[in-house]
Design a protein around this ligand. Structure first.
Ligand code: SF4
Length: 372
């Protein structure tokens, strides 16, 4: 188990420190007005578990301070389920024989219109690594057209070089999300069995390439359930984020917390992360990365998502479909997907439940005048 090159400490040292944190240290960290990295370690420690009510209260106060009552809604749009990578946990992996689909330009616009008709104004474009179906020029052309309809476009694609990222940024895409999946390099190699994704360092460095290309929002995360030590995974994520924040201080850091859910083709989750563990992790990120956006997708149950929206999450997807053509298929009475969704409620229902908790769901948090 190794830490990122940016870390001054070894994984063993950090793990030892986290496990030996005392409840008094957690209480002291909760009293801090500007928690640092050491406080973050306290928040994710086992000693913080009995203090979760206090962590919730502090995190909710921080969320109110930076975001008010707002909670931003967005929707994913899948372009292609073709993929040249072989990630053992994914239903789109190259070795799994299933019906794949890549959308053409008109089909993408059709999906986008269905999403727009739900009320959405922020779009997350997602694709497998499909050089034929989701090439940079093709995606740039789509983004230029989609930008006429949506205020904000984010991508969750395969890693690219700086020039390709700049092409997409200049087309009108302003957010980049790239999960490292796991920061444990040895574990990473056992999970990625084919394709360019086997290159751990290229993936790790790609977010910085996006930062140099100018992306305003840089999103990161790890796929939870892969690493038996979620606390070290969270620590590496925080270290990566601190490095990104220091180098690209004009960009906003964002975090996602995807837990593995069942996929087509089956995958045994080696180290499931419980609701309480996920909550503790999210609270720690809210308390340390105060101004950053925290995302929760429809992988999570509705009740959990709305509760997290009250105390720490700032962005929720809603009414999502997680396969290319999924929105049209849903209207036609079919169901497709990259992973199992646990919140399949409509956008209208999500909004009314958030409002019932005193929150203000918003579709738009970005304007074209900022992207001139
Ligand atoms: S996780 Fe991404 S890169 Fe890996 S197989 Fe699935 S779509 Fe392809």
């Amino acid at each position: 188990m190794k830490m990122l090159p940016y870390s001054k400490y070894s994984a063993e040292e950090l793990d030892d420190y986290i496990r030996n944190t005392s409840p008094e240290s957690v209480k002291n960290s909760l009293r801090s007005n500007a928690p640092g990295f050491t406080d973050f370690l306290h928040f994710i420690s086992p000693a913080a578990i009995p203090l979760l009510p206090e962590l919730r209260e502090s995190a909710a106060a921080v969320k109110r301070m930076y975001f008010g009552k707002t909670i931003r809604l967005y929707a994913p749009l899948y372009i292609s389920s073709y993929c040249i990578n072989n990630c053992v946990y994914c239903g789109f992996r190259s070795s799994y024989n299933h019906q794949r689909r890549r959308l053409n330009f008109d089909e993408i616009m059709n999906e986008a219109q269905i999403i727009k008709d739900m009320g959405h104004d922020s779009l997350l474009l997602i694709t497998g690594e499909d050089p034929k179906g989701a090439s940079v020029p093709f995606v740039a052309k789509c983004i230029r057209e989609l930008k006429k309809k949506f205020s904000y476009i984010n991508i969750e694609f395969y890693p690219m070089n700086e020039n390709d990222y700049r092409t997409l940024f200049e087309a009108g895409c302003h957010g980049l999300t790239l999960y490292q999946e796991t920061y444990d390099q040895e574990l990473y190699q056992t999970l990625h069995l084919g394709g360019p994704k086997q290159d751990y360092m290229f993936r790790l460095n790609a977010l910085a390439a996006g930062g140099r290309a100018g992306f305003y929002n840089l999103g990161m995360g790890a796929l939870l359930g892969l690493n038996p030590n979620w606390r070290i995974e969270a620590t590496n994520l925080a270290i990566h984020a601190m490095w990104i924040r220091k180098k690209f201080w004009r960009s906003r850091t964002q975090f996602s917390f995807p837990r593995i859910t069942p996929t087509q083709g089956g995958f045994h989750v080696p180290a499931p992360v419980s609701d309480t563990e996920l909550e503790q992790m999210m609270l720690a990120f809210r308390l340390f990365f105060r101004e950053s956006d925290l995302f929760l997708s429809t992988r999570e149950k509705h009740e959990f998502r709305t509760r997290m929206a009250e105390i720490c999450a700032s962005h929720l997807s809603a009414g999502s479909q997680v396969a290319p053509g999924g929105y049209q298929a849903f209207l036609d009475g079919q169901s497709l997907g990259q992973f199992t969704m646990n919140d399949q409620l409509s956008v209208t229902t999500v909004i009314s439940d958030l409002k019932a908790r005193g929150l203000e769901p918003v579709f738009k948090d970005w304007d074209l005048c900022f992207s001139a």
